[in-house]
Design a binder for this molecule. Structure first.
Ligand SMILES: Nc1ncnc2c1ncn2[C@@H]1O[C@H](COP(=O)(O)OP(=O)(O)OP(=O)(O)O)[C@@H](O)[C@H]1O
Length: 355
């Protein structure tokens, strides 16, 4: 178990700043997800922690000790990178045992630890196979076993599940979390996928252009993204421009085009009368309604896409913006038909429009 601390960690490639003065403190055994769009600096951050990329400025502390100048193989960090393939000419056993042989451990201890690790990733009995004789998911699990077998105090995972099909992905998410908690390894996992980040991590970091935009518990970041940009990244689909227009009881009124919506006062604390604002809501939180009431608005279905357990609609005419409900109840929604939508007040995130 170890703590990991980044202090002002910065990487510049020429004039370009890929990671800009990043600060982070991961507790012992904590799993932190780095989430962000392509090119925001996630991999560069991991590569600096691993020791493959030299920081331009700042420090990396493991258990309070600066490791910035220590070579990668002496950092006791387990690594799973996308392009960090298995050795094709080695069996599963040899691949996993590689790091232990470098540490010159006795043969019987190597066997014991490799077998234990293969059992953890559910690959018992596969030890004599070569990578080409394994499925993609099995190969990823071998790579994970290889990263874990040396009992690193820190584990770095760069998109470990990106090549897996949906079912295996969920299975592996559960497995990674179980192993990580069982061994108590402080872990940084990089992902593009906000659902993966919130389901795996103890804390989630949202990055953009080399900066941390938000850091918080999964539910905070998922339910209360700190800006419209983060909300968009976290899967909010409908964004409405409005004007703060008074209060009613413990609700604030927001005028959006021809309609007035209610939002909880505590979600709109930073607004004063007349402020321009943005309301964000997730597709799955917009409902269809039987009758008119608070926060119901009529619109016209522009398109309906069957998604299995929901039908995703594009609806125009409610506000100036298009809205995107994902409805569960299978109504007879056809393109061109009219729908009455309900926007539950408690599901709105409210932002001051600073433009
Ligand atoms: N060796 C390099 N030389 C110059 N620029 C680089 C180098 N490595 C990375 N970059 C740039 O730094 C930025 C951050 O790259 P990084 O690989 O960290 O992004 P990322 O968030 O991991 O993206 P992705 O999700 O696409 O992998 C990108 O704009 C990239 O082009």
């Amino acid at each position: 178990m170890a703590t990991l601390e980044l202090q002002g960690l910065t990487k510049r490639f020429g004039e370009f700043t890929a990671v800009d003065s990043m600060n982070l403190k991961a507790a012992e055994g904590e799993m932190i997800a780095l989430l962000g769009g392509s090119g925001c600096g996630k991999t560069t951050t991991l590569r600096m922690i691993a020791g493959f990329t030299e920081p331009t400025a700042g420090q990396i502390l493991v258990d309070g000790k600066n490791v910035s100048t220590i070579p990668p193989y002496r950092r006791n960090i387990g690594i799973f990178f996308q392009n960090y393939a298995l050795f094709p000419h080695m069996t599963v056993f040899e691949n996993v045992a590689f790091g232990l042989k470098l540490q010159k451990l006795p043969k019987n201890e190597i066997r014991e630890r490799v077998e234990h690790m293969l059992a953890l990733v559910k690959l018992t009995g596969m030890d004599k196979r070569y990578p080409r004789q394994l499925s993609g998911g099995q190969q990823q699990r071998v790579a994970l076993a290889r990263a874990l077998v040396t009992r690193p105090s820190i584990l770095l995972l760069d998109e470990p599940l990106s090549n897996l099909d949906a079912k295996l992905r969920v299975e592996m998410q559960v497995e990674i979390k179980r192993i990580q908690k069982e061994l108590g390894i402080t872990t940084i996992i990089v992902t593009h996928d906000h659902e993966e980040a919130v389901s795996l991590a103890d804390r989630v970091i949202v990055m953009n252009a080399g900066h941390i935009l938000q850091i918080g518990k999964p539910q905070e970041v998922f339910d209360r993204p700190a800006s419209p940009f983060i909300a968009d990244f976290m899967g909010f689909s409908t964004f409405l421009h409005g004007i703060a227009a008074g209060a009613e009881g413990d609700m604030r009124l927001i005028r959006c085009g021809a309609h007035t919506l209610q939002v909880p006062a505590e979600a709109a604390q930073e607004l004063t009368e007349g402020d321009a604002c943005i309301l964000a809501i997730r597709s799955e939180n917009i409902r269809t309604a039987e009758q008119e009431g608070v926060n119901t608005v009529r619109g016209t279905v522009k398109s309906a896409t069957y998604k299995g357990h929901t039908t995703r609609l594009e609806v125009s005419g409610c506000f100036e913006e298009m809205v995107y409900p994902a409805i569960h109840e299978y109504a007879d929604v056809q393109e061109g038909s009219e729908v009455l939508l309900h926007f539950p007040a408690q599901h709105f995130c409210v932002y001051k429009d600073i433009k």
